[in-house]
Design a protein around this ligand. Structure first.
Ligand code: ADP
Ligand code: MG
Length: 729
């Protein structure tokens, strides 16, 4: 019987229960396919493998041998050498029987890492010591162990014919050489890999065939091959993902009826824009136009509105929600935190004041969070169901069982990346049963204030249309950012004097700390202690307020209110103020232990100032309670250097990679084994375009020439769970 990719690894000769258990536990490898999708992390270049008789003094060589034994001698100080030295010498036997030696200085551990019976390739320069040729401090690549039943000659052969040896991510009990062996066996036993890409696609994009690509990435004859193989396999991952996303979107559009929420002449939405105290920016107008088409179109809207902090997304969201109301429907805005929900609720009520809020003929707006009182909650739920409430702002509380709408027309989700996968879907499914065959799906607008690199947006939101608000409203104040380390101790004092001046001039300052309470495990400033210090010692003459997540909503709201009105001039907080909070008079953002925060978090925090109250400042205290790593410093310097959120997002991606950025599952890239957003941005754009035009033409991939595509997409993204796992709800 031939081996198949979907067979369990136990189908491989020599793999029993113990090995398959180790593969599953250690590397999450269950099938032969999983094994082959365990890609090398690098290649060991062994150079030419030589026999001892061929090597020349002072030239590099690779010798393969079975380790016979080790000996360590202590060399006392001598001549210019002040300290004693451990000289560890190993002897190894080549297949021919010839014995050579390798030496290491102060690396006693080599002897336990390479016990007798280990077969390894030693690469380095050949030297002569007394009459013996030896390799001094060579690179070592373990090929196997004689005791594990390894065929030494075969291992040596593998290297001899293949200068490049794949080095795999390994875990305890599964060293890289074992994976080499297993993968070699699999590749030998498997029939050729079936091509799934149409020839035309391959030809147009210069991609090699699948079979040589899979073999070439694991057993490359040269580096050129690894590159061509990687390009092909990355393309496969991304193309299949984009096809899956686009097909899913096409299906959801045919499975549901779109609602016509298009702008109505001379109704609330247009009145709202006319009565704004300012004119929308060009970018806002473009967004309204795009949304207007979506809202009135026959298919449900799926649009992502990306815009840096302060770019004015709220206006766009409110306009879209009013369109629903103008069409006799309701709208919901879901945000991730209570502070933000309250803030949005208030902002929206203010923005809608000219239209009348919660009055006869006005717009009914309500707030629903988990701290809404029970009686009030009951009333709101009842009025949502009868349709009396037009517009609701809330947190996750909106997703609860009891929340049902009479007729939900528009759903807006802010700060989408903070919500789990299925939540977006759950909120759109909340209109009470109507009994129609094809359910009507509300229009969905997803907003994110966290600028994300384009490559990530296109992967994470592959099934959304993207609109970017790439223009800030006029009147934004420039923000000067400074980094202060403990070496400049006196600058802290000067800063406090400066804050006092700012407060006297009617301005306000935030002081953000990483923790609420002191922690034993982590060094850092605690908000509670900092509040006490600032209010008692530093600013006894000012009012200093405190907000953090452990306070009750009432206390939190009181503190925020006093900062908003100017009763308090300094607000000490944790990152609860990170998103959305809008106090125009705030001109200084102080961040303690800034090295504890990520780029996007710092950027979000900084976005709380410069909102019209005058020239603004951001001060990053870093290194005061823990060391700054070089990477941390790079991050902080990037934040100090630019206020462009998109630029910072790219820097962040370049420094950390998407896995770190959002968590691989959350970033929507859990399924990408080889592709990396920071390197493969071009392929992402390309595959998305390809997938879009293909699915537009052939939504179910029914055309005969697309059978291969369909099979591959079905395999990878055949069921909804695949998307759940991806994080692209
Ligand atoms: P975002 O949610 O994108 O961070 P907001 O919607 O909170 O930004 O807007 C930030 C601030 O800019 C608010 O005070 C808002 O009233 C104001 N604003 C929005 N659009 C404009 C505009 N076109 N002109 C002037 N100010 C604007
Ligand atoms: Mg906002």
């Amino acid at each position: 019987m031939t081996l198949r990719l979907d067979d369990p690894v136990t189908a491989l000769p020599g793999v029993g229960a113990a090995m398959s258990g180790r593969l599953a536990d250690g590397l999450d490898i269950h099938t032969v396919r999983d094994l082959l999708e365990h890609y090398p992390r690098k290649y060991h270049d062994a150079g030419d493998v030589l026999d001892l008789s061929e090597v020349r003094e002072d030239e590099p060589a690779t010798l393969i041998g079975e380790v016979l034994g080790w000996e360590t001698r202590r060399l006392p100080p001598k001549g210019s050498r002040r300290r004693a030295l451990d000289l560890t010498t190993g002897r190894a036997r080549q297949a021919s029987g010839a014995v050579f030696t390798v030496t290491f200085f102060n690396q006693r551990w080599r002897s336990s890492r390479l016990p007798p019976g280990t077969v390894a390739a030693f690469s380095g320069k050949v030297t002569r010591f007394k009459h013996e040729l030896q390799l001094k401090s060579p690179d070592v690549q373990v090929l196997g162990r004689v005791a594990s039943g390894l065929d030494t000659d075969a291992a040596a052969d593998r290297l001899a014919h293949q200068r490049l040896l794949a080095v795999y991510p390994a875990v305890d009990g599964l060293p890289s050489f074992k994976l080499n062996e297993l993968i070699e066996t699999a590749l030998e036993e498997l029939p050729p890999f079936e091509e799934w890409l149409p020839d035309a696609v391959r030809a147009e994009h210069g991609l090699i065939e699948l079979d040589p690509a899979v073999r070439g990435i694991h057993q490359p004859p040269d580096l050129e091959t690894t590159r061509a193989a990687r390009t092909r396999l990355v393309f496969d991952e991304l193309f299949a993902l984009q096809l899956g996303l686009q097909r899913r979107r096409a299906r959801s559009e045919t499975a549901t009826v779109g609602l016509d929420n298009g702008p109505v002449d001379a109704a609330r939405a247009s009145t709202f824009v006319e009565r704004l105290p300012f004119a929308p920016t060009g970018a806002q107008n473009r967004a309204l136009a795009a949304l207007g088409e979506d809202l009135g179109g026959p298919r449900p809207m799926h649009r992502l509105l990306q815009g840096d902090v302060g770019s004015g997304k709220t206006l766009v969201a409110v306009w879209a929600m009013l369109c629903a109301v103008d069409n006799g429907r309701q709208a919901a805005l879901m945000v991730p935190t209570e502070v933000l929900a309250e803030q949005h609720h208030r902002t929206i009520a203010e923005l809608l004041a000219p239209l009348g809020v919660n009055v006869l003929d006005g717009v009914r707006v309500e707030l629903l969070t988990s701290s809404t009182a029970t009686t009030q909650r009951r009333r709101i739920l009842g009025e949502l169901l009868t349709g009396e409430v037009d517009l609701i702002v809330g947190t996750h509380a909106l997703l609860e069982e009891g929340v049902r709408f009479a007729d939900l027309g528009v759903v807006v989700i802010d700060e989408q990346h903070r919500f789990g996968v299925s939540q977006r879907v759950r909120l759109t499914d909340k209109t009470a049963e109507t009994g129609t065959a094809r359910p009507a799906a509300p229009d969905v607008l997803v907003m994110t204030a966290t600028p994300i690199p384009r490559s990530l947006a296109l992967t994470l939101y592959g099934d959304l249309d993207v609109t970017v608000l790439d223009e800030l409203p006029p009147g934004r104040e420039p923000i000067t950012t400074q980094l202060i380390t403990p070496r400049q101790k006196e600058r802290r004092e000067r800063l406090y004097d400066f804050l006092r001046e700012q407060a006297r001039a009617g301005h306000r300052a935030y002081v953000v700390c990483p923790f609420v309470e002191p922690s034993d495990a982590l060094a850092g400033t605690a908000a509670v202690a900092e509040h006490r210090r600032l209010s008692e010692e530093v600013f006894p003459d000012l009012d200093v307020e405190l907000v953090h997540g452990r306070l009750t909503p009432v206390v939190k709201e009181a503190a925020m209110a006093s900062f908003r009105t100017g009763d308090a001039q300094v607000l000490v907080s944790t990152t609860v103020i990170e998103v959305g909070v809008d106090v125009p008079e705030a001109t200084v953002m102080v961040i303690e232990d800034a090295e504890r925060f990520g780029i996007s978090q710092l950027h979000q925090l900084r976005g709380r100032v410069g909102r019209g109250g005058g020239r603004s400042f951001c001060v990053l205290f870093a290194g005061w309670s823990s060391e700054i790593t070089p990477e941390g410093l790079e991050r902080l310097e990037a934040v100090a250097a630019t206020t462009d959120g998109f630029e910072l997002a790219e820097v962040d991606l370049a420094i950390r990679g998407e896995g770190q950025l959002f968590g691989r599952a959350q970033s929507g890239t859990a399924d990408l084994k080889l592709a990396e957003l920071r390197y493969d941005a071009e392929a992402i754009v390309l595959t998305r375009e390809l997938a879009r035009s293909l699915i537009r033409r052939d939504p179910e991939l029914d055309e005969p020439g697309h059978a291969g595509l369909r099979a591959e997409v079905d395999r990878r993204y055949g069921d909804e769970e695949a998307f759940e796992a991806l994080g692209t709800g």
